[in-house]
Structures are given as C-alpha cells and as structure tokens.
Design a protein around this ligand. Structure first.
Ligand code: PMP
Length: 287
C-alpha cells in the first residue's frame, strides 16, 4: 500500500509529495515538529502535542499553519487512510519558502508556512520487546543550543548521539551539561533510588515532554514520590533503576549506564509499573 501523506492542504501518495528546495526547514532547520503515537487506531494525548506545537510556533514567531481542529482532522484522516493501528503521526511546520535563501525571516503575510504530516506504521509499538529487555545508555556531553524547550527540527546532534551509542554497543545516550544530566537524545531521563523518582525540572534546558507530564501525574496518583531536581550521571549509575519517557517509546526501562548495570540489570519495578499504567490510562483517554 502506498503511504498517503499530507502537504499544504493536500493528501497525496508519498511519491508525489514535494517541498521547495528553498524551504527554510531544509536550508536552516527553521521548523518545528511533533510526534503523536497511535494505539488501537487512536491518537495518544493529541491535546498535549497540539498545545506544545502552538507554544513552539509562538516562541519562534511562526504563524500557525492551521487550527487545532483542522490538525486533529488531518491526523485522523491520515491514520484512517493508511490503516494505522499502532504507529506514529509525524507533523512538521516550517517557516516556508520565499523562493530564495536569506537569513532574515520572510514576511509571514506573503510566505506561508509549510506543513507536512505522515504516518509511520509500527505494529507492536505497545508490546515492544525492547521494553522487556530495557535500554543500555551511554552519557555524552550536551552541546545543543539553549532553547531545547522548543521542539525544532535541529536533530543533528541527537542523531550523532544515537550513533555514538550504537558504536559503543548501547541503545541510546543521555546528555550532560555542567555535570548534570539534561535529558536523553529523544526522551526525558529519570532514575529511581529507594522508591524515589528523580528527574530534572522543566526549564529551557530540556524539552517539556508530553509523556513526562502524563507520567509524573500518574506517578503522583499512584502515591509514588517524585523529586524534580538536577542530578548527576554518577547518582544515576548508583540508582536502583532508571527509565526514559517519550511519545514514541512511552516509558522505557534503562538497565545500564556507561557499562554499569542498575540493580540486577533488568527493568525495575517502578519503570515496569509506570509503563503499564501509562499505556492503560493513555489508551482510555485516546481519541
Ligand atoms: N526530550 C527530547 C530531546 C525529545 O526529542 C523528546 C521526544 N520528542 C522528548 C524529550 C520526549 O518528549 P515527548 O514525551 O513529548 O515525546
């Protein structure tokens, strides 16, 4: 089946969808994105992603390409047309193309944003075998820009981090700035010690994860203790367990950091429990 994608108001076969070579997303990474997961053919936390998208656009003085209702309609239409039961919807909005290359932002009255959405079919997303094994991570320096709270398409360093992890025989990397863990390459980072969950507080240093917000609410509802504060990688290495959260991997247990096994080296009880709670609750609320 040829994938149907959405580009600037049109549903097209992926082979016919095009964007200008002058698009600022392509030339300058002048764009933002969101990834919403699909379980049971329904969108997980669409509202959270739509609100963060609006915030990202506002922070960059970028006009909204369409309304929240239209966005929901496009997400649902793509899920239906591509028969996605488990998978992802990727959305990207860039500042568009004014037909040339210039550092100065084009006039939003005459240059319309580019909006692209496509689905990724991922059968087995919820029952991911990687979550049963747990992830091995390495730590690397965080050399990204200072506005990580804006979900931009500047993903070169996160990609490099994933490659460094792969080369080291690990699954992912956590980023360290001024001695403290910021977040994972594409997820928020947590460790658990003596039943207490520790994670970095929100600021411009990390992405305000939609999954983070939901998981912290669910942890509080389950009477788990959460401490939002800075933490070092050495603290995390001495933890009983650790995990990451993201819209595409939900709650992912971490079993090893820089070659040091956490606990007995298998996914910890809190990570496993939060994964189950998150999947159950999110599915109930999916639209
Ligand atoms: N931090 C970074 C750097 C990310 O790329 C992501 C995934 N987009 C996250 C955290 C997790 O955010 P979310 O739960 O909204 O997917």
């Amino acid at each position: 089946m040829t994938r149907t994608v959405y580009v600037n108001g049109e549903y097209l076969p992926e082979t016919e969808a095009t964007v200008s070579i002058f698009d600022r997303g392509f030339l300058m990474a002048d764009g933002v994105y969101e990834v919403t997961s699909v379980l049971d053919g329904k969108l997980i936390d669409f509202e959270g992603h739509a609100v963060r998208l609006e915030r990202s656009l506002n922070e960059l003085d970028m006009p909204a390409a369409c309304s929240k209702d239209e966005l929901l309609e496009i997400h649902r239409e793509l899920v239906a047309r591509n028969e996605i039961v488990e998978g992802l919807v990727y959305l990207q909005i860039t500042r568009g193309s004014d037909g040339d290359r210039d550092f100065v932002f084009p006039d939003p009255e005459t240059t319309k944003p580019t909006i692209v959405l496509f689905t990724q079919n991922k059968p087995g997303l919820a029952d991911n075998p990687a979550a049963k094994k747990g992830a091995k991570i390495i730590s690397i320096e965080d050399i990204r820009w200072g506005r990580r709270d804006i979900k931009t398409v500047q993903l070169l360093y996160p990609s490099m981090g994933k490659m460094m992890a792969k080369k080291a025989g690990a699954d992912d990397a956590w980023l360290i700035e001024d001695g403290y863990v910021t977040e994972g390459t594409s997820n928020n980072a947590y460790y658990v010690k003596n039943g207490k969950i520790v994670t970095r507080p929100l600021s411009n240093d990390i992405l305000h994860g939609i999954t983070r917000k939901a998981v912290l609410r669910m942890a509080a509802e389950a009477q788990m203790v959460v401490e939002e504060r800075l933490f070092t990688i050495d603290e995390a290495k001495e933890a009983d367990e650790a995990f990451t959260t993201s819209a595409s991997a939900f709650v992912m247990p971490v079993v090893e950091i820089d070659g040091v096994a956490l606990g007995d080296g298998t996914p910890g009880p809190i990570a496993k429990s939060l994964r189950e709670i998150y999947l159950e609750e999110s599915l109930k609320a999916a639209i």
